[in-house]
Design a protein around this ligand. Sequence first.
Ligand code: NAP
Length: 458
Amino acid sequence: MSNNPGTEGRPLRVAVVGSGPSGFYAAESMFKADAVIEVDVYDSLCAPFGLVRYGVAPDHAKLKKVIKVYEKTASNDRFAFFGNVTVGRDIRVEELRRFYDAIVFANGAQTDRRLGIPGEDLPGSYTATEFVAWYNGHPDFQDRTFDLSHEVAVIIGQGNVAMDVGRILAKSMDELKNTDITAQSLERLAESRVREIHMIGRRGPAQAAFTPPEIKEFGELAICEPVVTPESLVLNAQSATELENNREAKKNYGFLKGFSERPAPTSERRFIIHFLKSPKELVGNGRLERVILEKNTLAGNSGKQWSEGTGETEVLECGALFRSVGYRGVPIEGVPFEEKRGVFPNEDGRIVNGSTPIPGLYAVGWIKRGPTGVIGTNKPDANATIKNLLEDIPSLKPCEEPTRAAVSDFFRIKGVAVISYADWQKIDAAEVECGQVAGKPREKFVHVDEMLRAAEKD
Ligand code: NAP
C-alpha cells in the first residue's frame, strides 16, 4: 500500500479553519476528489455553520435549509469537527502544520468596515454586525445592549445586511416569535419604541446593493410600510442605462417605484428609503442625538458611478444608528494579511507572500475574495481553491504527525474542551427540544457554558 499523502495508506490530512458555508463546501469538494482526504473542520464556536446560524436572519428560515447539505458532508467518515477551538489562540498556525499537510482558511470576515466620520463611536451608534450577532445568539455578543427607546432609527448602507436589520426592527412580535430568534432579543425587541426606520444609501436606486426579494418583502410587512419619494427615483442618463443592463437592479427599481406610488402610510411603523445621501457626522451630548447627512450626486460615466458630496446637508434626529457598510476579514498570526481589502492575499485560493505561494496554505470564501456574494457563491469559490490544492498534493510537505489521535492529544494536554460533531448533535437536539415549547424551530443556547453542559463536557 502506498504511503504517499492522499492514498488509503496515508490519507491527506487537511484542516479547514471555519465551519461556515465556504468551509463546508471546501470539505465537500475534497470528499469528491479521487485522493483520500481526511478533513478536520475547526470553529472557535461550539456550533458549526458560521453565518448560516449566526448571520442569516431568523425570519429567513428557508435559507437555513442549506444546513442539510452540510450535515451530509459532516456524515462522511473522513470528516471531524473541532468546535470551541480558536486557531491562533488554542493552536497556532505553525502548530497546526505539525498535524496537517494543508490548511484551508475559511474564517470569513469577522468584523465590520468603518465609516471614518466624527461621532462614529457615540453610544447609540452600533454596527450591523453586532446587532445581527446579538439577535442570532452569538455567544460573544450577548452582553450588547441596543437602545430602541427613541422613535427614529437609522441604518447606513443598502446591502442585504441593512435590509435584515431593517426588517427585524420593522416586524411585529407575531412575525418574529415563531422563528429561531433568541428569547432574550425577542423580549428586548418587544419593548422597542422605534416607529421610523431610515435606510440611507450613498448612491442612487439603480446602484442599491440589496436584492429584489429583500426589497419586495418591505411591501408585505404586517405593521410597517415602505416610504420612498418619486423625486428620489429620478435617474440620470447613465443610471437609466445601468438599469437597462442589470436585471436585478431593474427589478429593485420596479418595487421602489411601486412603493413611491402608494398612498400615505397609516401603519404603526415606516421604513423610509433615502438615496444619494452620506453620513458626515454623528452628533450628540454623550450619546447619539442626530446624524448630519450630506446630499450626493453621481459622478463617472463609464461602468461604475460613484457618489460625490454636494456640500448641502440635512439633519436627522435619531436615537439609534446601525452602520451596515460591509464586513471585513481579520488577521490570524502566521498568515499574511492584505490590510486594504481585509483578506488573505491569494492567487486563486493559494495564499501568497508577495507573489510566491506559501506551500500548504489556502483560502476560500470571504477571507479569499472579500465579503460579497450569497451562500451559494461559496460553492464554486471553494471548488476552485480545492482544485488547486489537489494539483499541489505531490509537492506538499508531509506533516510530522498525520493522525487525528495526535491532534486530539494536543488539545487534551492543553485542556481545550473540543466539541466534536457528536457533541454538537447533542446541543442541536437540546435546542430543538427547547424550541418546541415555544413553537420555534429551536431555542438557541447563547452562552458557551450552556452548550458545554448540553454536550456533557463540563
Ligand atoms: P454590501 O452588499 O457590500 O452592502 C454594503 C452597503 O454599504 C452598500 O450599500 C454600500 O454602498 C454601502 N457603503 C459602503 N461604504 C459606505 C460608506 N462609507 N458610506 C455609506 N455607505 C457605504 O454588504 P452587506 O450588506 O454587508 O452584505 C454582504 C454580503 O452578504 C452581500 O453579498 C449580501 O448580498 C450578502 N447577504 C445576503 C443576504 C441574503 O441573501 N438574504 C443577507 C445578508 C447578506 P455602495 O454600493 O455605494 O458601495
